[in-house]
Ligand binder design. Sequence first.
Ligand code: GCO
Ligand code: CA
Length: 252
Amino acid sequence: MSLFDLQGRRALITGSSAGIGLELARGLAQHGASVVLNGQRPDRLAAAVAQLRGEGLSVSSAAFDVTDEAAVNAGVAEILAGGPLDILINNAGIQRRVPLLEVTLPVWDEVLKTNLTSALLVSRAVAPHMIGRGGGKIICTLSLMSELGRRTTGPYTASKGGLKMLVKAMCAEWAEHNLQINGIGPGYFETEMTAPLVQDQVFSGWVKSRTPAGRWGQPAELAGAAVFLASRASDFVNGQIIYVDGGMLAVL
Ligand code: GCO
Ligand code: CA
């Protein structure tokens, strides 16, 4: 029996109809988990479910807005009516690139709500259930911006820094109930969110020269860290962040 086996485990991954979330879903499902995909758009969710099922993976979906407390509670209740949850990945996130002197309060609030508040809402909808059954895994998708700033990404940086500390806050309160709460901090990955950056030759050149590995990451390269943090291999790992960044945070 492998330390990393997720057979019989059920996971909810927010913001998983595309990009990093979809790859995390594929990775967990390939290791045996049954995965509930979440997003807001039923058409995109249905396409993601069809794609993963076509690969023989066990997936279903639940569409709800992770920033709406009532919708989160109803969505999680419905998922739990279908079976227990062993793993939650708070992955939903958005980016709005705008200088701090220009950012409007609605944009600031939108980013904070989507990237940070959502993780509190979904985690506390799921945690009592995990505590009641004696354990669980909560993983948050962070960012290099959990540690470092970059011009025009102020709201995102503040949200991801906050999310890193929410990981530690949840650890402080729930670790005694055998919940492990950890974060994955992706470096620069090629996704829909970063498409404008990938297409910008100057920026893309900067990413490659600034990243010791010399290239952008591919979302599937995040699956290993997610499988580790979702499996019993990490049962005494708590409140930690694994940066998966080709070495970027290690160097100047
Ligand atoms: C940006 C990107 C970020 C990064 C990522 C790095 O504008 O810098 O959109 O999302 O790709 O967070 O960790
Ligand atoms: Ca950035």
